[in-house]
Ligand binder design. Structure first.
Ligand code: NAD
Ligand code: WQD
Length: 337
C-alpha cells in the first residue's frame, strides 16, 4: 500500500509514518515544513529501519501535488497538513482558511485528477464546541467559536458533500481529542516553535526548567476539582487509529463519509495531569490558578464506542504513560529537534 501523508513531518504525522512503516506500508510525505523539521522523518526512518519518500511542498500547489501523487502511485491519503493554533487563527483568519480549507480543496482536486479516492482527515473535538452531554458521541451537535475550529468544520462539510456526490469516495473523518505524549523511544515528539499553548508541552517545559510555572486557567469550573477536564490521548494510540481507519477504508464495510472520535473516553483534570507528570518526572510543577481562558469549556471527553466497534481500535495508554513518554522526549531533547 502506497500512502501519501500530507503534513507527515509534524507531531502526529511523524508518529503515524512510523506506525505505517512498521506495518510495511510505503510512506510518502508531502510537507512544506512550515511547522516542522525534516529531522523527525530521519529519526522515523532510523526507528523503522525503512525509508520515507519525502517532498518539500505546499498542498496548495495542486500541480506539484498531483504529480507527486501520480509518480508515486498513491493508493490512499492521510491528510494532516494544516495550521493548528487557535490564537493565531483569531488574529489571522485568512491564513487559516487559506491553508486549511483552500489547502484541502487543492488536495481533493489533485486526488480526483489521479483517481485516488480514499482519504483520512485530521479533524478535532473542537468541532463539538460546548458539549451538551458527556461523553461526546459523533452524533452530538457541532459548533465552533474560532476560525481554526471553523476551518475544520468547513472541511468536514466539504468532505461529506464530496462523498455524497461520488460514491467511489471513502472518507474517514477522525476527530481527535487531546493528543499528547511522545514515542517511547524518546526520539520523536512534539516540538512547539514558540511558548506552547497546549498544556502538556507547557508542563514539560516547566518540569525541565525552561518555563517558570504553569498558569492553570480557571479553578472554578463545575468539575470534580474545579479545573478543566480533557481526554488526553497518547500520540502512538492516535497514530494507530489512522492505521485502523486505513484498514477500514480498504474494507467492504467502508461507505462514503464517516466520522470517528479518537479519544480514551476518560476525562483527566488539570490538577490530575500535574500530579501524573510530577510522578513521572520526579519534578515539582509550580502553578498558579488564574482566570479562565476565553473559549475554554469545562469538560470534554469522548465516547469512543464507534471507533472501538467499527474500526476495531481502542486507546491503550493512560495518562501515566503519556506523562512518562512526554518527559523522556523533553529530557532527551530540551531544545527540540
Ligand atoms: P503539526 O503542526 O505538528 O503538523 C502539521 C504539519 O503540516 C506540519 O509538518 C506542517 O509543516 C505541515 N503543513 C502545514 N500547512 C501545510 C501546507 N499548506 N502544505 C504542506 N504542509 C503543511 O500539527 P499536528 O499536531 O501534528 O496536527 C496534525 C493535524 O491534526 C492538523 O491538521 C491539526 O489541525 C490536527 N489536530 C491536531 C490536534 C493537536 O492538538 N495536535 C488536535 C486535533 C486536530
Ligand atoms: C487543556 C486544558 C486548559 C494551558 C486545544 C485546541 C483544540 C485541539 C487541542 C487542535 C484546558 C488548561 C492549558 C495552560 C491550563 N487542537 N490549560 N494552562 O484547549 O482542550 O484544546 O488543543 O485541534 O482545538 O483548542 O487543549 O492543552 O490548550 O488545554 O490550565 O497553560 O489545560 O484550560 O482545561 P484544549 P489545551
Amino acid at each position: 500500500m502506497n500512502v501519501l501523508i500530507t503534513g507527515g513531518a509534524g507531531y502526529i504525522g511523524s508518529h503515524t509514518c512510523l506506525e505505517l512503516l512498521l506495518k510495511k506500508a510505503n510512506v510518502f510525505v508531502y510537507d512544506n515544513l512550515s511547522n516542522s523539521n525534516v529531522k523527525s522523518l530521519v529519526l522515523v526512518e532510523e526507528l523503522a529501519r525503512n525509508k520515507v519518500g519525502f517532498y518539500k511542498g505546499d498542498i496548495r500547489n495542486c500541480y506539484e501535488l498531483s504529480s507527486f501523487i501520480s509518480s508515486n502511485m498513491i493508493d490512499c491519503v492521510v491528510h494532516f497538513a494544516g495550521l493548528k493554533s487557535v490564537g493565531e487563527s483569531n488574529s489571522d483568519p485568512v491564513k487559516y482558511y487559506d491553508n486549511n480549507v483552500s489547502g484541502t480543496i487543492s488536495l481533493l482536486k489533485a486526488m480526483e485528477r489521479c483517481k485516488v479516492k480514499k482519504l483520512v482527515f485530521s479533524s478535532s473535538a473542537t468541532v463539538y464546541g460546548t458539549p451538551n452531554e458527556l461523553p461526546i458521541s459523533e452524533a452530538a451537535p457541532t459548533s465552533t467559536i474560532n476560525p481554526y475550529g471553523q476551518s475544520k468544520l468547513l472541511v468536514e462539510k466539504i468532505l461529506a458533500d464530496v462523498a455524497k456526490a461520488d460514491s467511489d469516495w471513502k472518507i474517514a473523518n477522525l476527530r481527535y481529542f487531546n493528543p499528547a505524549g511522545a514515542h517511547p523511544s524518546g526520539l520523536i515528539g512534539e516540538d512547539p516553535k514558540d511558548i506552547p499553548n497546549n498544556i502538556m508541552p507547557y508542563v514539560s517545559q516547566v518540569a525541565v526548567g525552561k518555563l517558570e510555572k504553569l498558569s492553570i486557567f480557571g479553578g472554578d469550573y463545575n468539575t470534580p476539582d474545579g479545573t478543566g477536564v480533557r481526554d488526553y490521548i497518547h500520540v502512538t494510540d492516535l497514530a494507530k487509529g489512522h492505521l485502523a481507519a486505513l484498514n477500514y477504508l480498504n474494507s467492504s464495510q467502508a461507505c462514503g463519509f464517516s466520522s470517528f472520535n479518537l479519544g480514551t473516553g476518560k476525562g483527566v483534570s488539570v490538577l490530575e495531569l500535574i500530579k501524573a507528570f510530577e510522578k513521572a518526572s520526579g519534578k515539582n510543577i509550580p502553578f498558579d490558578i488564574v482566570a479562565r481562558r476565553q473559549g475554554d469549556v469545562a469538560a470534554c471527553y469522548a465516547d469512543p464506542t464507534k471507533a472501538n466497534k467499527v474500526l476495531g481500535w481502542k486507546a491503550e495508554l493512560d495518562i501515566e504513560r503519556i506523562c512518562q513518554d512526554a518527559w523522556r522526549w523533553q529530557v532527551n531533547n530540551p531544545t527540540g529537534y
